[in-house]
Write a protein that binds this ligand. Structure first.
Ligand SMILES: [Cu+2]
Length: 151
């Protein structure tokens, strides 16, 4: 898996602002009413293109595992339900900060089936050290038979 691009929208810290006029923000306190994040999931958006909607919260990620197909382009849209978290696919350069109220976007290309650890690399509270998930890259056939596109 390798990184194609990463954009974090919105203010990301004191003195640091990356602002987009177009990317809608989210209400971190009402993610269950947001059409992108009420059901964290992976869905197909084009030929070999997938969108993964991911929620980070103290202390885990949803969905877990995040199952994506091999040999495809996957854009992760990641938001937080509470505090600032990190989203780092272990062993790759796919890494972004996750900020409540904002949507971080990170696009990767998958190749062979593999399992990756998912790490929170921003201190987020007492359970930070146990906050982890998985990204499972599976074959196209396995992805389809798992109903991985949410249908
Ligand atoms: Cu965290």
């Amino acid at each position: 898996m390798f990184l194609l691009g990463s954009v974090t929208y919105g203010a990301v810290g004191p003195g640091v602002a990356m602002v987009s006029d177009t990317e809608p923000t989210v209400d971190a306190g009402a993610l269950d009413e947001d059409e992108r994040f009420s059901e964290p999931r992976v869905e197909q958006v084009g030929e070999d293109e997938y969108a993964a909607y991911v929620v980070a919260r103290q202390f885990g990620f949803q969905p877990d595992p995040i199952v994506v197909p091999a040999n495809s382009t996957v854009t992760f849209y990641v938001t937080s339900a509470d505090v600032i978290h990190g989203f780092e696919v272990a062993g790759t350069n796919a890494n972004t900060m996750v900020v409540p109220g904002e949507v971080s976007e990170i696009t990767v290309e998958t190749d062979e089936p593999a399992e990756y650890g998912l790490i929170c690399n921003e201190y987020c509270g007492a359970g930070h050290h146990v906050m982890e998930g998985k990204v499972n890259v599976v074959s196209q056939a396995e992805f389809e038979s798992s109903g991985g596109d949410g249908e």
